[in-house]
Design a protein around this ligand. Structure first.
Ligand SMILES: [Zn+2]
Length: 116
């Protein structure tokens, strides 16, 4: 259960941040998940809901999961596009092989709305 351990570490991080801010409750938790992050989206969502229910601070939090589509950036012509596959090597505008993955692998806590 890879997704469960990810969900638990996201919840721990959220609680730690909220405690540092001296909050008593987390109203909203927002997470970015890239389509190429390697996690099973459905399983992660399920695990997160279960983990949130088990934590006092998170029990009433609204969970927002942003799915991030893969986005390639060409360093030659600065064109951004959605690659058809992970092994995409060529810019679909100028044909250069100077691509970098700009978005799509994220798996992180993006924002918290806390109540103090
Ligand atoms: Zn290009």
């Amino acid at each position: 259960m890879h997704e469960l351990s990810i969900a638990m570490s996201i919840a721990e991080l959220a609680i730690r941040e909220a405690q540092q801010a001296k909050a008593l409750k987390i109203n909203e938790i927002e997470i970015d998940v890239g389509d190429w992050s390697g996690v099973d989206y459905e399983a992660l969502q399920f695990s997160l809901n279960a983990v949130l229910q088990s934590e006092e601070m998170l029990r009433h939090s609204k969970l927002i999961i942003n799915r991030c589509k893969p986005m390639m950036h060409c360093k030659t012509c600065h064109h951004d596009f959605t690659p058809q596959a992970m092994y995409c090597k060529q810019c679909d505008s100028c044909g250069a092989e100077t691509l970098e993955l700009k978005q799509g692998r994220e798996l992180s806590l993006k924002a918290l709305v806390i109540e103090d």
